[in-house]
Design a protein around this ligand. Structure first.
Ligand SMILES: C[S@@+](CC[C@H](N)C(=O)[O-])C[C@H]1O[C@@H](n2cnc3c(N)ncnc32)[C@H](O)[C@@H]1O
Length: 390
């Protein structure tokens, strides 16, 4: 599936994250091995994708084997490397030949650079007459380039500081590594299934911008709290607009909240909740706040070929009133708009409808054979709407 989505030519690596050393899903009597790893698939976005090598510290057995010497004055570990040109040197390769500390050799370094290394204490001659060698400190090495098996990051510990109780929470270190490998500061990180927001915290820590998506409102609440508590970010639209702070969008609404938001926002909410498109003009809407383009009016279905204009002309008007009770005058105005636009069906949204308003809707149908569907906010929230729209 990933090959289809991202393109198989963009596949870069399969990474094995060994998340546990033992797993209790492999109990005695079970017929499989312990499932102790997750697979991470790395795809590049086209040929010029960003990639940064990371390095892991040498493990102790490597250090013990290859950095055997310890400098008594500083305690720094080091190994002794070659100063002699590779393979003993060859005049044709242009390696310099000179005498140093009584030894005549082809060298990797010019005589001048060799002198510099000597004065900086980087050249060691263990005894007179032996070949001088180069001191390489452990703490100056980059470490081992990271390979595709990651076994150095443990799971989020149940009792640890990081643990939020979110069932599939990933360790911060894992997400930080993924982000560091594949992005640069200020790049935008998108996690479309971001759970409790580990990738967002990692991106924030590393100076990236980020967008997180999750279908679960609980996840969104947990991640917002985490961004506030851990990253010290404020949930504030003004700050967000200037590149600080963050906002959480499209959480389920409550009736109480919807009564308080500005009228334009309320109109947008209602029209979008009905699957419609809000009018761009916020004033002078002449009784129409949005339009629904029913799929049944698609040219293919209606058998028409003529195209866009026919299709675009099939729409239902939506009128929205952020009122406790929509009354008869509100319905009258909408009826006028429907007559003007010659619409057979329209939707009216409010918190409630007076009995006068409902009677007028019936009378309008008998008079003009045009349908107004009254919808309350409660019905939209409860998704009763799906039945009414059908
Ligand atoms: C494995 S969890 C992500 C865990 C996350 N990496 C963390 O450390 O918290 C997957 C998340 O995907 C969400 N999800 C599943 N299907 C989705 C969908 N179609 N759209 C958006 N989110 C979805 C789930 O609600 C869940 O929170």
């Amino acid at each position: 599936m990933l090959d289809q989505i991202f393109g198989e030519e963009n596949f870069v690596n399969e990474i094995i994250w060994k998340r546990q050393s033992s797993h209790n899903d492999a109990k005695q009597g079970s017929k499989h091995m312990g499932r102790v790893h997750d697979s991470i698939f790395l795809y590049g976005g086209g040929k010029d994708y960003f990639f940064q090598h990371l390095y892991r510290p040498y493990d102790q057995s490597y250090v013990d084997n290859f950095y055997r010497h310890v400098e008594p004055e500083t305690g720094r570990r080091y190994q002794l490397g070659d100063l002699t040109a590779p393979g003993g040197g060859a005049p044709s390769k242009g390696n310099p030949y000179y005498e140093f500390l009584g030894i005549k050799k082809y060298s990797r370094y010019s005589e001048e650079n060799m002198q510099k290394l000597w004065t900086r204490g980087r050249v060691v001659q263990t005894k007179a007459g032996s070949v001088p060698r180069l001191k390489r400190y452990l703490d100056e090495g980059k470490g081992v380039p990271l390979g595709s098996v990651w076994d150095d990051i443990g799971p989020v510990q149940g009792m640890g500081d990081e643990h939020l109780g979110y069932p599939t929470q990933k360790p911060l270190k894992l997400l930080e590594r993924i982000i560091e490998i594949s992005s640069q500061p200020n790049d935008i990180v998108l996690d479309a299934f971001c759970g409790c927001g580990t990738a967002l915290v990692a991106a924030q820590n590393l100076g990236r911008q980020w967008i997180g998506i999750d279908q679960s409102p609980t996840a969104c609440r947990v991640m917002a709290k985490r961004l506030r508590d851990i990253c010290r970010l404020q949930e504030d639209e003004k700050l967000w607009q200037i590149g600080r702070g963050f906002i959480v969008r499209d959480l389920p609404w409550t009736e109480e909240k919807l009564r308080k938001i500005p009228p334009f926002e309320f109109e947008n909410w209602a029209v979008i909740a009905l699957g419609g498109i809000p009018n761009k003009a916020q004033v002078g809407d002449m009784g129409i706040d949005g339009r629904i383009y029913p799929t049944s009016a698609m040219p293919a279905k209606s058998g028409k070929k003529a195209g866009e204009l026919d299709f675009m002309d099939a729409w239902y008007p939506v009128q929205v009133k952020q009122k406790d009770k929509a009354g008869r005058p509100d319905i009258d105005m909408f009826e006028a708009a429907m007559m003007r636009e010659d619409r057979a069906k329209g939707f009216f949204v409010s918190f409630e409808f007076s009995s006068d308003a409902l009677r007028e809707i019936d009378a309008f149908f008998r008079r003009e054979h045009r349908v107004i569907i009254p919808l309350t906010v409660r019905e939209i929230l409860d998704e009763v709407i799906a039945q009414k729209l059908a």
